[in-house]
Design a protein around this ligand. Structure first.
Ligand code: SAM
Length: 240
């Protein structure tokens, strides 16, 4: 029987290729989604597009599936990174999930001067990104980096990458990306405390930085991430 289940596999995919599932994947497919022997699902590995697959062994601990045929090509998101300062756990999870749904190519948690978090669980955030890609029909899972200091990230900034610097001090200024240059981009969202004066001065002086306002109200960081990605995708991304 065909199912709507989509599963990310860290495994090469080719016709007839069988894949042993992890215990968590086996539990999800056969304990939660109740798939049985011969049932069909969609799998993807972030490189080979989407594949129709069939259940070869419906064991809740050690399941096995086989890839049958490719049903969709790999679709990469536009080349836009999301840099954000981690906030409370649930809101940070939310930002990662929405970044994947909205088509970020890389997610980069950064520690700014006013960031409270000193570490993040990168593996947990990467798992959230994978789950979001499974649910939104994606064939690519953006990498989620470990926490890095913003000043170091800016010191190594790629010469060709534009930076949409979401600057709360520009509250209400006009924002338009209609004439913004094409090419690789990144979006930067600050923490609940905003950017320090030194950070703002450094960012404003960067040749590739484009300071923008996200409207006349202060948005929470998670709202700001969604608003900025939406603006960018509509003007420069893959929204048609
Ligand atoms: N504590 C800061 C203040 O009161 O000015 C607000 C920080 S805001 C909660 C978190 C981040 O979201 C900001 O650093 C900025 O990147 C972004 N942000 C929120 N509202 C914004 C706006 N209206 N324009 C530009 N960026 C905004």
């Amino acid at each position: 029987m065909a199912s709507n289940v989509r599963l990310y596999l860290d495994h090469p995919l080719s016709p007839g290729q069988s894949c042993a599932l992890t215990q968590a994947q086996s539990h999800y497919l056969f304990g939660v989604m109740r798939l049985s022997l011969g049932d069909r699902l969609t799998v993807f590995n972030g490189q080979d597009g989407a594949w129709r697959a069939e259940v070869l062994r419906a064991d809740r601990r050690k399941g096995v599936i086989a890839a049958v045929e490719q049903t969709a090509p790999l679709v990469m998101p536009p080349d836009v990174w999301l840099l954000f300062a981690p906030i409370k756990k649930a809101r940070t999870d939310f930002i990662v999930e929405k970044a994947v749904e909205l088509g970020a190519a890389r997610v980069m948690p950064v520690q700014t001067e006013y960031t409270n978090a000193e570490r993040i669980r990168q593996d947990r955030l990467q798992a959230h990104a994978t789950e979001a890609a499974e649910q939104c029909g994606g064939t690519f899972v953006p990498p989620v980096d470990d926490l890095a200091r913003l000043d170091r990230v800016l010191s190594d900034w790629p010469a060709d990458r534009h930076l949409m610097f979401c600057d709360e001090s520009r509250l209400g200024a006009a924002t338009s990306l209609a004439d913004a240059p094409r090419g690789p981009w990144a979006i930067l969202i600050g923490p609940e405390g905003g950017f320090s004066p030194a950070e703002r001065a450094r960012l404003t002086a960067m040749e590739m930085a484009h300071p923008v306002s996200l409207g006349p109200r202060i948005l929470r960081a998670d709202t700001a991430a969604i608003a900025a990605l939406t603006l960018w995708q509509a003007a420069l991304g893959d929204w048609g």
